[in-house]
Design a protein around this ligand. Sequence first.
Ligand code: PLP
Length: 438
Amino acid sequence: MTNTPINVDIVNEEIKKSELKDLGKATIREIVGLVNKIQEASKEKYIRMEMGSPSLAPPEVGVNGEIEALKRGVASDYPMVDGVKELKIEASRFIKNFVGIDLKPEGCVPTVGSMQGGYATFLLCGNIDPKKDTALFIDPGFPVQKQQFNVLNQKFESFDVYNYRGEALRDKLESFLSKGNINSIIYSNPNNPTWICFTEKELKIIGELATKYDVIVIEDLAYFAMDFRRDLFHPGKPPYQVSVANYTDNYVLLISASKAFSYAGQRIAVVAISDKLYNRPYPNLIKRFGSEKFGYTFVMRIIYALSSGVCHSTQYGMAAMLKAANDGKFNFIEEVKEYGKRAKIMKKMFVDAGFKIVYDKDIDVDIADGFYFTISYPGYSGGELVKELLYYGISAIALDDTGSLRTEGLRACVSQITEDQMPVLAKRLEAFKKDHSN
Ligand SMILES: Cc1ncc(COP(=O)(O)O)c(C=O)c1O
């Protein structure tokens, strides 16, 4: 292993300096920092699969919407905490057009990314009922949301859904919900990190149980309409983005602009609270927040306290993108299909080099090609594989921190791997294969 694409001594030296004891437990940003250092020291560019930063250009319609708003002078005014009217109206239309659900503009509230939207929702759900002090994650999940729970000092439980797909999900969920301590169920769909996509049947189970046990479903649609197996760009017509909103009134949708609209840098999302939930009183909220209604408390107590709303011009940028999509003039899904193409090529390369796809099925069909996929290599734990791949100029995060029980796995993100890097990846995987075949 002396002739690896990246000098072994440099990699070892930088790992030692980083003081990261177990690369399997390192956060995304810690791996980013480590790889930046190795790149600097080795003068070699890595295949960066650790962070889901979009590499596509932001849509012109959004950028122009922001520029026009800035020229109108919005920068000097505080935006309304619940969002500018144009954005609320277009978000409500968007949900009707692409999810097939009626939701009033009132319940569409912009937040500083889904990160803030999730944080505010978790805080709110943790205070609706003193008996319900715990959230439930359907894992694997996005590690930073667990970090948010730690910051909030709120409790969560979780389970790895790998063995509980389809009808088996019902009993598993019920084993948690029947204890009476769960306030909310959280998952992303398509899923970060595995790209599993829940079926209508599974969402129906989640929705029915949410109603039965009166818990709130926080459906994280960070990868809105990015299950590319079906074309979901037909404004106002099915097929729609699948959603638990079809099966319960107890839902909050997190719709991020970061990935579906390549707008991560502007930090905006829309939190969509169902009409029923928005106006529902929870007397227990009065104690901590001084207000009773779910939606009002979300906006006027929590978002107000956290950031007093979202950057004014960015709201107009998002409103412009949603309007153009609603009017059928901007096929945002076509733009991001690029990720599916990359995943297909990259998955084949890894499999040909002896890797296995860890979460490989959606019940009985192959997992879709999208923003992420998961890989393992025989005989390696996740942490060991993160390290081993660093010698070959490839970086990724382990599944350890995602709530996955598949501790041998890694999450590979395709977003930063452009076409010109594919031959480099192929060459590095070839070297890996050569060094690892007996
Ligand atoms: C599942 C999930 N939720 C939330 C986020 C954060 O989204 P935002 O950039 O809107 O804060 C991400 C980003 O990677 C994600 O994967």
